[in-house]
Design a binder for this molecule. Structure first.
Ligand SMILES: Cc1ncc(COP(=O)(O)O)c(C=O)c1O
Length: 383
């Protein structure tokens, strides 16, 4: 058991008890592949996959669950969308706050398909002005891709506004919702979002190795993987219906079983309640931490416009030193450094050392916040 865990932006911990039970139950009592056979264990596996898909669809407001594709993480979904949409000579508009899971596939298509990347510069607080996106849209723009919230500053991005703009220009928009799914309410139907990639193992509280890609009706991605789906096995061509078009190969059924239990937990609790709890904890954290001597806080100070992610630095100390002290002497786990987002650190002025990132989850308490703040107090006095 970990002491105090503040690395929920990387992966959430702990998981609801029912996630562990569902995974254990799958391994003990089911075990089979989904979508392949008719014996009752296999049907049970297919039922688990179907029900999890329905639960995720319900959580994100998708009317048709077949448009929810299971992936192994947010990165896979982002790759599927970027590789599946962009062609030779296209332009893509993105922001200066993106994670490498967006930037690296973009750099790959820049090198291999001569795709031109237009990067919208965000403010030093990590905020995006939607008008700057508009100014960067050109005739060759074939995709807009941006995060729903920064994994460095926690700043929420105006994805609804940009999505409306993208629709006016008839350009598909890809949202990297890794940092908001399960933590901030999302309704893909109300907002008419085109393509949304998210992790199953962060805010959704499922196990590692799970993620989803939502694809709106009318949007087609060229698959990046082809192979067996268990459907239309008489044909050597990839099925054109969803989800099979994008789900070749054996699914991570045990992970999906855990994800289903996690999403059920969230549906019962309500994402708006998770959000309210994290907002309250963030207010307490900001209240104390922003008054600490030698501590610099990044991003907006208003918890309504941020997620449960906070980056700080301490004058005269490397983030890695602070991370080590917290782990070794206080059993407090958090992440330090660049958090896979070098561009974001260049934007906020913390490159190359990075920051100390405190990322809250639904199981953190005021006591955890007090323990962290007291530890930081002691560390800064000792330095
Ligand atoms: C903003 C953002 N995008 C993408 C990812 C990648 O998520 P995953 O690890 O599920 O691939 C992360 C993970 O930290 C993230 O914070």
């Amino acid at each position: 058991m970990l002491g105090v865990y503040f690395d929920n932006a990387a992966t959430s911990y702990p998981k609801p008890e029912r996630v562990i039970e569902a995974m254990r139950d799958y391994f003990l009592n089911v075990g089979a592949n989904s979508g392949r056979s008719a014996y009752h264990h296999a049907q049970e596996a297919s039922r688990i996959v179907f029900e999890t898909r329905e639960c995720v669809a319900q959580l994100i407001g998708a009317k048709d669950s077949s448009r929810v594709i299971f992936t192994s993480n947010a990165t896979e979904g982002l790759n599927m969308a970027i590789m599946g949409i962009l062609n030779e000579g296209d332009e893509v508009v993105t922001t200066s706050m993106e994670h490498n899971s967006v930037m690296r596939p973009l750099r790959y298509v820049e090198q291999t398909r001569s795709v031109r990347i237009k990067t919208v510069q965000c403010s030093q607080k990590g905020e995006l002005d939607p008008d700057d996106v508009k100014r960067n849209i050109g005739l060759q723009t074939k995709l807009i891709v941006m995060t729903s919230a920064s994994n460095v500053t926690g700043t929420l991005f105006p994805v609804s506004e940009v999505s409306r703009m993208a629709r006016e220009f008839e350009i598909p928009m890809l949202i990297d919702a890794a940092q908001t799914s399960g933590c901030v309410p999302l309704d893909v139907t109300k907002d008419v979002f085109d393509v949304v990639a998210f992790s199953g193992h962060k805010g959704l509280l499922g196990p590692q190795g799970t993620g989803c890609l939502y694809i709106r009706e009318g949007i087609d991605l060229r698959p990046i993987r082809y192979g067996g789906t268990g459907s239309h096995s008489e044909f050597e061509f990839q099925p054109d219906f969803l989800p099979d078009r994008y789900e070749s190969g054996t699914l991570n059924v045990i992970g999906i079983a855990g994800l289903g239990a996690a999403v059920n937990y969230l549906l019962e609790k309500g994402v708006e309640n998770v959000r309210a709890g994290e907002e309250q904890l963030m207010e307490s954290l900001l209240d104390t931490i922003s008054h600490m001597e030698d501590v610099t806080v990044y991003g907006t100070g208003d918890s309504r416009y941020r997620t449960g992610v906070l980056s700080i630095t301490i004058d005269g100390m490397e983030p890695s030193e602070v991370g080590y002290e917290l782990d070794a002497h206080y059993d407090i786990a958090l992440r330090v450094g660049l958090h896979c987002s070098p561009a974001a650190h260049k934007t906020i002025g913390t490159f190359p050392e990075g920051t100390i990132r405190i990322s809250l989850g639904p199981f953190n308490t005021e006591d955890d916040i007090n323990l962290l703040c007291n530890a930081l107090d002691e560390i800064t006095v000792r330095k």
